[in-house]
Design a protein around this ligand. Structure first.
Ligand SMILES: *Cc1c(COP(=O)(O)O)cnc(C)c1O
Length: 396
């Protein structure tokens, strides 16, 4: 039996008391196929070779680890930005979709489905489907299709079919339901690309492994720059938790490295308009795994709120629920306003316009204390181009 650690769930996909595969019986076959084959496939040397080549030549890895000098002076320490914003398509999401499209090929799948809220994961999925000439269907709530027109246009230009989800609140959870329905109806030829460290086992582990390239690079780059492989702290924002899982992975079992997860507080943790799951959530089952989620007394999912679409999710992945429960990671949150302030600060101090999601991680710097010889790494998960319409409302 596989021993469960922070880096590896047990054979049933549990990290502590969180994880598992709570799925309808009709999905069992699909998930079982993945579960029995994913590790053999991704550990195969030919798979690794193709993955490494695409990460380098297509996604643009390794991304720089940049010592932000003016920001460092502001906080009285050494702050390094892991520049996932420089990845192709503008964020870390491409690391996972490249991995999963190669896996789908090895499984002999001819059709890809995905669900998307803001459209960022939809774009990253449509991108790799175009790269491989594989059919791509993206489910998206009708309301989100209206709100996220540029990403809908990108997906269509990349050759994907965008299918509106018309039920319920017409947002992400309804799109997820449609994608699951599709997968049940196409068990043989279709792979479902989930965009974060959520969903039934093996998705949280699989997506973590694909994103772990982030911390693998951080270790090597920090060693080269400072002589030490271990930063004092790693700070990352958490929506579902994939960029944080990737940035933490190679430090999870290094107890001296402080891990800081930053959630979206929205209008304030206790405002009723928040997405700070670790603070507000209770154990429950969402999208196929047991984790912490925001829910009513009778177990209905509470609509989250965040200024950043990527953090606007009512749950967190099971690894993060475990990191929270065991105290291995420190969980902080940043409000909409605080995130915007951190974004403007980075733009002025370093000439980098961050994604609103990443700005939540940056905002946490104001609430941490450092000494002058510390090495603090912030995962800059994405670039801010997509958020310009929001930022414009704050430009005086
Ligand atoms: C989607 C997204 C996130 C949130 O997703 P995680 O799975 O929590 O990483 C964070 N930053 C950016 C730029 C995103 O696009």
């Amino acid at each position: 039996m596989k021993k469960q650690t922070y880096t590896t769930p047990n054979e049933y996909g549990y990290y502590g008391s969180f994880g598992g595969a709570y799925i309808p019986e009709m999905l069992h076959r699909n998930v079982e196929e993945l579960k029995t084959r994913y590790l053999d496939i991704i550990n195969d040397p030919s798979f690794k070779k193709e993955l490494d080549e695409l990460l380098a030549d297509y996604a643009g890895r390794p991304t720089p680890l940049y010592l932000a000098k003016r920001l460092s002076a502001q906080f009285g320490t050494n702050i390094y930005l892991k520049r996932e914003d420089l990845c192709h398509t503008g964020a870390h999401k491409i690391n996972n979709t490249i991995g999963q499209i190669l896996l789908a090929e090895k499984l002999g799948k001819k059709r890809i489905i995905a669900e998307t809220g803001a459209g960022q994961h939809g774009v990253a999925t449509a991108t790799v489907c175009a790269l491989k000439g594989i059919q791509c269907i993206v489910y998206m709530g009708e309301k989100d299709i209206e709100r996220q027109a540029p990403n809908v246009a990108r997906m269509k230009m990349l050759g994907a079919t965008v299918v509106p989800a018309l039920s319920g609140s017409k947002t992400l959870k309804d799109a997820t339901n449609e994608a699951i329905r599709d997968w049940i109806n196409h068990p043989d030829d279709t792979h479902y690309i989930i965009g974060s460290v959520v969903g039934p086992h093996p998705y949280p582990d699989m997506v973590t492994l694909f994103q772990s390239v982030i911390s693998k690079e951080i270790r090597a780059q920090l060693k080269e720059k400072t002589g030490t492989e271990l930063p004092s702290s790693v700070v990352a924002c958490v929506g579902g938790g994939s960029n944080a899982a990737g940035a933490f992975y190679h430090f999870l079992d290094e107890k001296e490295v402080e891990l800081v997860a930053v959630e979206a507080a929205g209008l304030g943790v206790n405002s009723g308009q928040s997405a700070a799951t670790s603070q507000l959530g209770r154990p429950g089952i969402l999208h196929g795994s047991k984790s912490l989620l925001m829910q009513t007394e009778d177990g209905q999912v509470v609509e989250p709120h965040s200024i950043s679409a990527g953090l606007d999710y009512p749950g967190i992945g099971p690894l993060h629920a475990h990191l929270f429960e065991t105290g291995r990671a420190k969980f902080l949150s940043a409000t909409d306003q605080e995130a915007v302030e951190a974004a403007f600060n980075l733009a002025k101090m370093e000439g980098i316009i961050p994604a609103l999601e990443s700005s939540h991680a940056l905002s946490a710097l104001t609430r941490l204390s450092f000494s002058k010889n510390d090495h603090v790494v912030v995962c800059l998960s994405g670039r801010g181009d997509k958020d310009l319409a929001t930022y414009m409302k704050y430009i005086k």
